[in-house]
Design a protein around this ligand. Structure first.
Ligand SMILES: Nc1ncnc2c1ncn2[C@@H]1O[C@H](COP(=O)(O)OP(=O)(O)O)[C@@H](O)[C@H]1O
Ligand SMILES: [Mg+2]
Length: 406
């Protein structure tokens, strides 16, 4: 039996899906590290755990090392120490190094976590991405805005899920933002030139630095638009085709970027833009499976289980590239205004019109609080052999379904 450790600060849906998949791999004895008690796991997931260690703060390398050591006393020396969460990647890599567990190094994890460093590495390789600067003084912010022009983007150097990322469109908006954002010498903010274009992902399975396979998605509209307008019911489309032009342009850039950043073995999630003039630019890349339900879309479009494939790759170093058989997509359901969910309208109509293409749905529940994340109060996912049908169906869903808050 092979001892494998998986760290998940919280037991969200995605973490539970990965725990479930890992625990079912042959010969794996799974130890889980989390902030939440194992009692929070549903019985079928909990059953798969050989051991569990609870920590107060899963992002603290000291606590992670303590948990990993304690679990290795129960299970034997861990073969891998894994996680899918974005924020945990660097502390986890530090603990791997400390305990001599094979896997991505902390230096590489930092390249994927620190957006300023990531952009510096990507630009140094001559690859396209937004101009950027770290700033700790208001003057630096004004200087940068003067150089690149408005709009600019202001974000934390190591964020996730578009939280605290702002588009600043004018000197007035910048003045207001600076008034509300005290700058500290030890706590820089990241400034970026604003890239106008369509936004996509490029998701890659790699082994020992060699890309084996990719899939891609289109965000409609861009996540920043979605967080700026908390009522937008947005869509993610995973096209069936490897659109000649788009993929031909981004693929070499994406693969070279992964190489210079030091991607080792795993599933990476890159975000990128295509400008109106056709040029592409990398936005950011994480060395972990994607969120925003993209992992599920990848599973549906390729008729495989993405979480299991990731587990096999990470633990046994094997990967069978699946063939794309469908287009897939998600429509995120989001209420307008404030309050709790009072009603969800239009579901019957959608079920009647598109029922056979719906693969899964999380329907907002009456009384549920308004979501804080851009994933909204719920979602509906569809799959179909034709990309155009998926696109049209998602559009109909977001135009028909209405989450009433109050
Ligand atoms: N330089 C940029 N130009 C235009 N839009 C941007 C830029 N940087 C970020 N965004 C928008 O903000 C969103 C969140 O920023 P991102 O760097 O991806 O942070 P996160 O780690 O939170 O996903 C992106 O998905 C994109 O829509
Ligand atoms: Mg992002």
């Amino acid at each position: 039996m092979i001892p494998i450790l998986f760290a998940a600060p919280l037991f969200n849906d995605l973490a539970m899906r990965f725990i479930h998949a890992l625990s079912r791999l042959p010969d794996v004895r799974l130890g889980v590290i989390s902030q939440e008690p194992q009692e929070k796991l549903p019985p079928d997931v909990r059953q798969g755990l050989a051991a569990h260690w609870r920590v107060e703060n899963a992002l603290d390398p000291g606590q992670l090392a303590w948990a990993a050591r304690s679990l290795s006393q129960q299970l034997g020396p861990p073969h891998r120490l894994l996680a899918i969460n974005e924020q945990i990647q660097v502390p986890l890599a530090e603990v791997r190094e400390q305990l001599g567990i094979p896997g991505t190094t902390a230096a590489v994890a930092q390249n994927f976590r620190d957006k300023a460093q990531m952009k510096a590495v990507i630009r140094a390789a001559g690859l396209p991405c937004a101009r950027h600067r770290l700033a700790t003084h208001a003057q630096e912010v004004w200087d940068f805005a003067g150089e690149v022009g408005f709009p600019i983007v202001v974000k934390p150097p190591a964020g996730a899920a578009s939280q605290d990322t702002f588009r600043v469109g004018s000197p007035e908006e910048l003045r207001a933002l600076l008034a509300n954002t005290p700058l500290h010498p030890g706590d820089p903010i990241l400034l970026e030139e604003f890239i106008t274009g369509e936004e996509y992902s490029f998701d890659t399975f790699s082994i020992h630095g060699k890309a084996l396979w990719h899939s891609w998605t289109h965000y409609l509209p861009a996540p920043l638009e979605v967080t700026r307008h908390d009522w937008i019911q947005w869509r993610v489309v995973l096209p069936r085709e490897d659109d000649d032009r788009l993929v031909k342009d981004i693929r070499p850039v994406a693969l070279r970027a992964l190489e210079v950043l030091g991607m080792d073995t795993g599933l990476s999630h890159m975000e990128w833009f295509r400008r109106a003039d056709g040029s592409v630019a990398i936005s950011e890349v994480g060395m972990r499976p994607p969120g925003a339900q993209i992992t599920t879309l990848m599973s549906r479009a390729h008729a495989f289980d993405c979480a299991t494939a990731w587990g096999r790759l990470m633990i046994f170093g094997t990967f069978d590239p699946p063939t794309r058989q469908y287009a897939a997509g998600a429509a995120f359901l989001r209420g307008y205004g404030q309050g709790r969910v009072r009603a969800v309208h239009g579901l019957d109509q959608i079920q009647q019109a598109f029922g056979p293409w719906i693969t899964e749905a999380k329907i907002p529940q009456i009384g549920q609080e308004k979501a804080t994340s851009y994933e909204g109060e719920g979602y509906i996912m569809v799959q179909h052999p034709e990309t155009a049908v998926v696109e049209q169906t998602l559009l109909s869903i977001v135009q028909t379904v209405r989450v009433e808050l109050g």
